[in-house]
Design a binder for this molecule. Structure first.
Ligand SMILES: [Mg+2]
Length: 237
């Protein structure tokens, strides 16, 4: 193994935690019924809206900006609020400031990267997202100097789990695909996607949600399942 590639959101970067803290803080500034609605349900609803609309962006149905507008509109709709395009963008930008206030790495990320680097492995990212936005996160959490290359779907025009993005990443590092490994929190998009392209795919199941069927499928595909990045260096020896 010469190259270890990572997913960004919810693998190295604590995205879900930042989203929940961000929407919680933003809601409070809005006051009225939006702020008074049950916290856990509303955070879950916001996360579900992100999942739905972001997938429409990755599928090419929406632009990056449109999926943001739709997330804003979807969140306020149950309160009888409708937003123009400009209002929806402003709403999202206000949320985004709160989200950015909570940007942080997962606590196991840097030690893992340092351990891999000590073995002279090359390190990179493959992320399904907009390069400028993902780069802003990478910079803010101090990851820049740890990464040799960043491959963002928004830049290269293909997204995980398409094998083309994994092939493109191996080529960017100048290594055969079987000498690269990919670690991510999404079983199908990340781990099975990488394995399908010929990489070692590793599933980071931080919350222990793997079903017996998924574990069987992982085993058949040669995909190791780990609960923390602390387990990764030992896996790659
Ligand atoms: Mg992820």
């Amino acid at each position: 193994m010469r190259v270890v590639l990572f997913d960004l959101d919810d693998t190295l970067f604590a995205h879900r935690e930042a989203v929940e803290a961000g929407i919680t803080a933003y809601r409070e500034t809005l006051g009225g019924p939006i702020a008074a609605a049950p916290l856990a349900e509303e955070a879950a609803r916001w996360t579900a809206l992100e999942e739905e609309q972001y997938h429409r962006y990755l599928a090419g149905e929406f632009t990056y900006l449109e999926q943001r507008r739709e997330r804003s509109r979807g969140f306020v709709a149950p309160f009888g609020v409708t937003l123009s395009d400009a209002e929806a963008e402003a709403w999202f930008e206000a949320y985004r400031a709160h989200y950015e206030n909570h940007w942080t790495l997962h606590t196991d990320a840097l030690a893992c990267l340092d351990a891999l680097r000590a073995r002279r492995l090359q390190i990179g990212l493959i992320t399904n997202g907009d390069l400028a936005f993902q780069t802003a996160k990478i910079t803010a959490v101090g990851l820049t100097d740890h990464l040799d290359h960043v491959i963002a779907s928004g830049e290269v025009g293909v997204a995980k789990p398409d094998p083309a993005i994994f092939e493109l990443a191996a080529a960017r590092f100048g290594v055969p695909i079987e000498e690269a490994c990919y670690v991510g929190d999404r079983f199908r998009t990340d781990a099975l996607g990488a394995a399908g392209a010929g990489m070692l795919g590793v599933w980071l199941d931080r919350h222990g949600t793997a079903t017996p069927e998924e574990l069987d499928e992982a085993s058949v595909a040669g995909v190791p399942v780990i609960r923390s990045l602390a387990a990764l260096p030992a896996l790659l020896t």
